[in-house]
Design a protein around this ligand. Structure first.
Ligand code: AHM
Ligand code: MG
Length: 348
């Protein structure tokens, strides 16, 4: 047989299972849905790039005092920034060059920002909290990033984007997710077809699929809230928490509270249970922001089989009226949410 006519050899059986990176996963997802184009995966790669840059900075946060503290010049002659400002800039930089992004809104910016000089045909709006639970940084605790992706509300993409286009109920999210910077860094996202978790492999710098199709357990062992506020919360929250404690909801619960919502939600998602941030006497709408904290979390948790309410109705049905609007939040697995709904209904 001549050299040229030799058959092409089959590849050997792989020794290792192939890894799936978040980029591969997004590309696969977008093929499944009509109307989701390649622009979308390019956009999401902006988020993964920025969160990898944030993670690298978070890992070195404990060295800030040695290298120079916020606002000072460090030994390399660089001006140190607060980490939440840095995280915001990384997301703004990475996303504003994506042609499909029309507008960006962040917890750190009073007003939404036009991206890409108002690029024609840009159809997405990205809303985020760049560094959730940032006070944990000082004590080497875990922090997070939350994000939500919306389509522009107009079909005339040549029209100038208006700030009001960001005011959409969470049910309109095209995709949403969060990143937890903990012992390892994890990204959980959903584009409306289940919630999927990826762990950052720092050796190769890729988010690798580690938790496909996350399902929140039917019930868990923990509730999660800042209990210092319980006495100043409405009666339904007090009754609910007392009943979680005394075992009358089927089992006695223990509590866990990290103080970074993304981290507390991540535990709740994987282990079951409930997370609450109630209204208080001082803050009638609680503390958490609807557009870039509660909505992405509610989207993910619903995709995983749980639910989220503001104490009256579904979080994802709330029509926002302002960009930084706050909302009470109760989010968790089926058993815990059923019990909360029962107590809330009985009080009406
Ligand atoms: P931040 O975005 O300014 O960090 O605030 C949000 C955080 C949440 O991550 C967390 O659940 C909550 O604030 C903690 O607040 P509190 O200290 O009132 O319990
Ligand atoms: Mg926050």
């Amino acid at each position: 047989m001549s050299e040229e006519s030799k058959p092409v050899a089959r590849p050997p059986r792989p020794t290792y299972a192939p890894i799936i990176t978040v980029q591969q996963h997004i590309l696969r997802e977008q093929r499944r849905f009509a109307g989701v184009s390649g622009e979308f995966s390019w956009l999401l790669s902006g988020i993964t790039l920025a969160t990898k840059l944030i993670e690298a900075k978070v890992r070195r946060a404990g060295l800030a005092d040695i290298l120079g503290s916020a606002g000072e010049t460090n030994v390399q002659g660089e001006v140190q920034q607060k980490l939440d400002i840095y995280a915001n800039e990384m997301l703004l930089n990475a996303l504003s060059v994506r042609e499909s992004v029309a507008m960006l809104a962040s917890e750190e910016n009073e007003q939404p920002l036009l991206a890409h000089g108002g690029s024609p045909h840009a159809k997405y709006i990205v809303v985020f909290d760049p560094l959730d639970g940032s006070s944990n940084i000082d004590v080497c605790g875990s922090v997070g990033t939350t994000f939500s992706i919306l389509r522009r509300t107009t079909t005339d993409l040549d029209s100038e984007v208006s700030a009001d286009e960001v005011l959409q109920p969470g049910s309109k999210q095209v995709a949403a997710g969060y990143v937890v910077y903990g012992p390892s860094t994890m990204l959980v996202y959903s584009a409306g077809n289940g919630a999927h978790g990826f762990t950052l492999d720092p050796a190769v710098g890729a988010f690798v699929l580690s938790h496909p199709n996350i399902r929140i357990p039917a019930y868990g062992k923990y509730y999660s809230m800042n209990e210092a506020y319980l006495d100043r919360s409405p009666a339904i929250y007090q009754e609910y928490v007392h009943r979680l404690r005394d075992g009358s909801l089927g089992r006695p619960y223990a509590s866990r509270y990290v103080g970074s919502m993304a981290s507390d939600i991540h535990r709740t998602l994987l282990k079951g249970g409930v997370f609450l941030y109630p209204p208080t006497a001082d803050h009638a709408q609680g503390k958490l922001r609807l557009l870039y904290e509660a909505n992405p979390i509610a989207f993910i948790v619903e995709q995983a089989g749980g639910s989220a309410t503001d104490g009256h109705g579904r979080i994802l049905d709330i029509q926002p009226t302002s960009i930084h609007q706050r909302t009470p939040l109760v989010v968790g697995g089926p058993d815990e949410m059923r019990a909360f709904a029962k107590i809330a209904a009985a009080a009406r």
